[in-house]
Write a protein that binds this ligand. Structure first.
Ligand SMILES: Nc1ncnc2c1ncn2[C@@H]1O[C@H](COP(=O)(O)OP(=O)(O)O)[C@@H](O)[C@H]1O
Ligand SMILES: O=c1ccn([C@@H]2O[C@H](COP(=O)(O)OP(=O)(O)O)[C@@H](O)[C@H]2O)c(=O)[nH]1
Ligand SMILES: [Mg+2]
Length: 191
């Protein structure tokens, strides 16, 4: 049974940055759904490359069958890990239903780390990200924020109803955010 922490928040809230620090120090393996999709997009012979690129540029969500298979594969290939940080997933109802269908009995959701951050700050961070992504531009970001507000935030509210959400305000410095994140993991370890 894989222990899983979902890491959610608007684009540019710092999910990847904070997950990298958790992986470095707290023994969890960081799986960025976005990175897995970008790798699949480039994979020689992938039948999903064009579909993935279209969704990424459009800020829309790739069908869960593709993303969930990549996540499950990555978890199964990671050997014995304390747990997995599933970064940037689930992003909509289709993702959530697909995860429940495919992963029930195989993965246990410990909690959801929600990095909340005002959108204008998020947009500036993405525009300055400098990773050459095809979706870090005004047009794509507008759609990504729309997707986040209308499709992803309701997923966070769903988990909130189940008492699973741990919110950390993320407009602050990485150090301040990370200090609170460590506290969240420590509290979970005590339960
Ligand atoms: N707390 C922070 N303060 C300032 N910049 C940040 C902070 N966290 C992340 N960044 C920067 O903002 C950009 C987006 O961060 P990233 O971790 O990729 O966010 P996400 O995965 O949520 O899109 C990156 O360039 C990163 O270096
Ligand atoms: O489970 C996922 C994760 C990502 N994406 C797509 O990949 C893009 C980039 O996701 P990522 O998490 O890398 O963006 P970030 O939030 O880190 O800026 C998203 O806008 C979606 O188009 C998706 O379809 N399903
Ligand atoms: Mg990211």
């Amino acid at each position: 049974m894989h222990n899983v922490v979902f890491v959610l928040g608007p684009p540019g809230s710092g999910k990847g940055t904070i997950c990298a620090k958790i992986q470095e120090n707290l023994g969890y393996v960081h799986l960025s759904a976005g990175d897995l999709l970008r790798a699949e997009r480039q994979r020689e012979g992938s039948e999903f490359g064009a579909l993935i690129e279209q969704h990424i540029r459009n800020g829309s969500i790739v069908p869960v069958e593709i993303t969930c298979a990549l996540l499950e594969n990555a978890m199964n290939n990671s050997g014995d890990a304390k747990g997995f940080l599933v970064d940037g997933f689930p992003r909509n109802e289709d993702n959530l239903q697909g995860w429940n269908k495919q992963m029930t009995g195989k993965a246990l959701i410990q909690f959801v780390l929600f990095l909340s951050c005002p959108v204008p700050i998020c947009i500036q961070r993405c525009l300055n990200r400098g990773q050459g992504r095809t979706d870090d531009n005004e047009e794509s970001l507008k759609k990504r924020v729309e997707t986040y507000n209308h499709q992803t935030f309701p997923i966070i509210e769903h988990f909130e109803k189940n008492g699973l959400v741990r919110e950390v305000k993320s407009e602050r410095s990485v150090e301040e955010i990370y200090a609170d994140v460590v506290e969240v993991f420590n509290q979970t370890a005590k339960v």
